[in-house]
Design a protein around this ligand. Sequence first.
Ligand code: ATP
Ligand code: MG
Length: 358
Amino acid sequence: MRGKDVRLDQVAIRFGGSTAVHPTSLAIEAGEFFSILGPSGCGKTTILRAISGFIEPSEGRVLLGGEDMAGKGPNERPTALIFQNLALFPLMSVAENVAFGLEARGVGRRERLARAEELLDLVALGGFGGKKPADLSGGQRQRVAIARALAVEPSVLLLDEPLSALDLKLRQHMRTELRAIQKRVGITFIYITHDQGEALAMSDRVAVMSRGRIEQVAAADTIYADPATPFVSTFVGEQNVLPGTLVSLAKDEATVDTPVGRVTGRAKGDLAPGAAVLVMVRPERMALDGRRENSLTARLTARHLEGASVNLDFEAKGRRFLVVMPNGPAARDIPDEVTLSFGRTDALVYAEGPLANG
Ligand SMILES: Nc1ncnc2c1ncn2[C@@H]1O[C@H](COP(=O)(O)OP(=O)(O)OP(=O)(O)O)[C@@H](O)[C@H]1O
Ligand SMILES: [Mg+2]
């Protein structure tokens, strides 16, 4: 199987008077594991349906392998789609389920079942062909659905929250499985989820969406370490958010007045003195000493043991600060009042904008 590249060229999608997807351009490489991450209702499924041909964009073009897909239905496109609800046929055997799409394509029974056996091997279910879906675990059924989707030899596999029905442990196990299957088949995977852990763990690149717009496309590490907007910053991982006013800017070093005093950080995007800004610091970047450039006095209000790490809640000037540190002796005896500090490269300064969850 060969992957194809996927391009959206100024694709907009409206339903009646409301816009589900604002004009969006995106280039996904052949063979890439690409995730689209965003909260419920932001337009993820709508984009996937436009790629697979279940809806036509109101504006713009979808190109697969360089070819414009306008007017082509789902069966005329080199894509296959896996839904959250897998919809395996309960009365058919696992092998018949996998071979189902081949029958419609006129492939003979013997060849169909041989192909099904190969695909079951590919998803590590060799020998399971004779069973019924009900006799399999949730994760095994998931892999049958993947084998069934791969049977028609798509160049692009579209996965719409396929793990959401599984319990946490299985979901985490399936992340590794899915990534391994994708590497083996080498085709393009476009994976949709509102679970940041899934997106960050599996993907070559992640697009973060909010309200019908893609806010950032980048490698998972970049999304976490250098988020482009306040929304991405707070949707992916935890953040300490400090509102303030920009005092001055020297190159990309921003000085900001905040409720806990003057702090310096790295400016993101265009900022002008006097602008309302948000300073963001990751909880693991806050130190329990005064040694970094920006410091404040805070009072411990709660301590939550997470296992390998400890979450510490502090209060300063009526604001809450979260500090995450590795579990160990230093995390046990925290005085009630401490000096917290963070470096100027640990603080990112954004123009005020919408956050995730309000
Ligand atoms: N067929 C439709 N007719 C009218 N509005 C629609 C239709 N499909 C989707 N929408 C609207 O478009 C917006 C985006 O929906 P979409 O299903 O793409 O969200 P999503 O990101 O997949 O969310 P979830 O994570 O809940 O699945 C929503 O406001 C939804 O109500
Ligand atoms: Mg959806």
